[in-house]
Design a protein around this ligand. Structure first.
Ligand code: FMN
Length: 248
């Protein structure tokens, strides 16, 4: 019968399609299992709770990453002068002037609402062509103003709970802040912003120090009032002392 023959041809065709679909489905399943379809793990398909393996990186491939990789805290320094140029570079890296922002020049470290609360002091013990003392950094004019004469590194070390690195270093950066500049705009939350900014500025100095072959350490343990006195009875609050020098 012609009808039976048509039906039988249709059945054969349908069966063939089912077999083909099964073969293709099996292949796709196996291929995905053995990563034939995806090169490596397809992290975009990760479900919550699953791990994603990151690509291996070599930090030494870029200069900045190398500096981050190489930096470690250094607490012993060679008994050697630091050049004034290196001191200038270190100061610049904290709150120095950079490219023109929307409303004027901006700074080396980001600042919440560009309120710029940080004030950086320099304690000089052995810097070429710069007499010992405490200086206040003026980034707008790229100048230092001497506020206290004479080597104050021993007193600063004393204020720093006797930490030898401060007394030994040829120079120390002291990052202080006028909190009101930021809290006037942001209220209590501004206090958090100021401390975050001090971290930005300090790490910039650390990395620039590393690039100049210098070493240093973040010092957060000190007596605030004593540090303020050593710096010339300043009103700003000290947040970080960073003694720096040539590595031993
Ligand atoms: C906020 C802060 C405060 C720190 N205070 C001190 C300190 O008072 N004295 C000190 O010797 N190191 C201090 N450090 C340095 C840490 O001890 C040091 O970064 C840490 O041991 C990790 O070692 P690394 O810097 O070599 O990676 C401080 C670090 C930070 C970030």
């Amino acid at each position: 019968m012609i009808g039976d023959e048509k039906f039988s041809n249709f059945s054969k065709f349908a069966l063939l399609l089912i077999v083909l679909a099964f073969i293709v489905g099996t292949f796709v399943f196996l291929a995905s299992e053995v990563d034939l379809l995806a090169e490596g793990e397809d992290s975009s398909q990760a479900d919550a709770g699953e791990d994603v393996v990151l690509p291996e990186i070599s930090p030494e491939e870029t200069e900045l990453e190398s500096l981050i990789y190489e930096r470690t805290s250094v607490r012993d320094f060679r008994d050697e002068e630091i050049s004034k140029e290196k001191a200038a570079r270190l100061l610049w890296s904290t709150v120095g002037i950079t490219v023109d922002g929307i409303s004027g020049p901006t700074r080396a470290a980001p600042s919440a609402g560009a309120t710029d609360p940080l004030v950086v002091y320099l304690s000089v013990s052995q810097v070429e062509d710069l007499s010992s003392g405490i200086y206040r950094y003026n980034p707008e004019e790229n100048k230092l103003t001497k506020v206290v004469s004479g080597d104050r590194s021993a007193e600063l070390a004393q204020a720093g709970l006797g930490q030898g690195a401060i007394g030994e270093a040829p120079l120390s950066l002291i990052i202080t802040a006028d909190f009101a500049r930021t809290t006037d705009r942001y209220g209590e939350r501004g206090e958090r912003y100021v401390k975050i900014e001090a971290g930005h500025a300090a790490q910039n100095a650390n990395l620039v120090a590393e690039s100049l072959g210098l070493g240093g350490v973040m010092i957060g343990a000190f007596n605030d009032q004593e540090v303020q006195q050593v710096l010339g009875d300043i009103s700003e609050e000290p947040l970080m002392i960073i003694p720096l020098g040539e590595k031993e």
